[in-house]
Design a protein around this ligand. Structure first.
Ligand SMILES: C[S@@+](CC[C@H](N)C(=O)[O-])C[C@H]1O[C@@H](n2cnc3c(N)ncnc32)[C@H](O)[C@@H]1O
Length: 239
């Protein structure tokens, strides 16, 4: 049985390599489901590393000027920086990522794009270095599937949201549980395949964390046992 710490090590090493560049499916040795699908409406300049998302959560998040956005697993920082632009000078965006190389790349990208209202924190989204009630909006793109314990990440997202705050997550999920043989493949966890949770279980984790108005905004219809991308929104109750 693969241990949670082995999965984390594999994931961190994989994304440290990815930070150097090499698009989404650059490593043919690994089944990679997280493929660049980042919002393209607003071009960004400069260094940029890979876009490794599987949806466009920011498009659905409707960030308003003055809001604070937290991006879980921010990678090279593209969506965090776009969120900061939408939040304007009276708002801000914070990216959290556990891979030092990704944080460094994201900080370079922020500097290159003149984004002064954005910061990138090195940390695990299971224990975020942020106080309770920090954010109006939490977004995440193709990250929570990489966590052995997804329920913890949703409880953390709930904690850092203000009452009434919203969550928009794009992620790889599956139609029904995946075979155990796939779940045991560490490389397939890093490639956003093995950790894909059954969609019903995934939605229940979000509800169990305390969220309401849990809605699937975008997804595809696939046969049982197949992995797909879904975009889900939810809200922390106002009080
Ligand atoms: C598939 S990439 C997606 C990056 C970015 N959201 C995007 O769309 O390009 C996954 C990212 O999540 C980060 N990550 C994985 N597990 C994490 C954890 N437990 N805490 C913080 N970051 C994590 C990885 O380091 C990597 O940068």
């Amino acid at each position: 049985m693969i241990r949670p710490d082995e999965i984390k090590t594999q994931v961190r090493e994989h994304y440290a390599r990815r930070a150097a560049g090499g698009g989404c499916c650059a490593d043919p040795a690994i089944a990679e489901a997280c493929c660049g699908d980042a919002p393209t409406a607003e071009p960004l300049e400069g260094v940029f590393g890979p876009s490794l998302g599987c949806g466009t959560p920011l498009e659905y998040a409707q960030v308003r000027p003055g809001e604070t956005v937290v991006d879980l697993g921010s990678g090279a920082g593209r969506e965090t920086i776009l969120a900061a632009k939408q939040a304007g000078t009276s708002g801000r965006a914070i990216g959290v990522d556990m891979t030092r190389e990704m944080i460094q790349k994201a900080r370079e990208n922020a500097a290159r794009n003149g984004a002064g209202n954005v910061e990138f924190l090195l940390g695990d989204i299971e224990r975020m270095p942020l106080p309770d009630g920090t954010a109006d909006v939490v977004i995440s793109n193709c990250v929570i599937n990489l966590l052995p314990d997804k329920a913890i990440a949703f409880r953390e997202a709930y904690r850092v949201l203000k009452p009434g705050g919203r969550l928009v997550v794009a992620d790889m999920v599956s139609n029904g549980p995946l075979p155990q043989v796939i779940r045991e493949m560490a490389g397939a966890w890093a490639g956003c395949v093995a950790g894909a949770e059954d969609i019903s279980t995934y939605l229940q984790f979000i509800r169990d964390a305390g969220f309401v108005e849990v809605e699937t905004l975008a997804s595809t219809s696939v046969p049982r046992g197949v992995v797909f991308s879904a975009t889900i929104s939810a809200r922390r109750p106002a009080a």
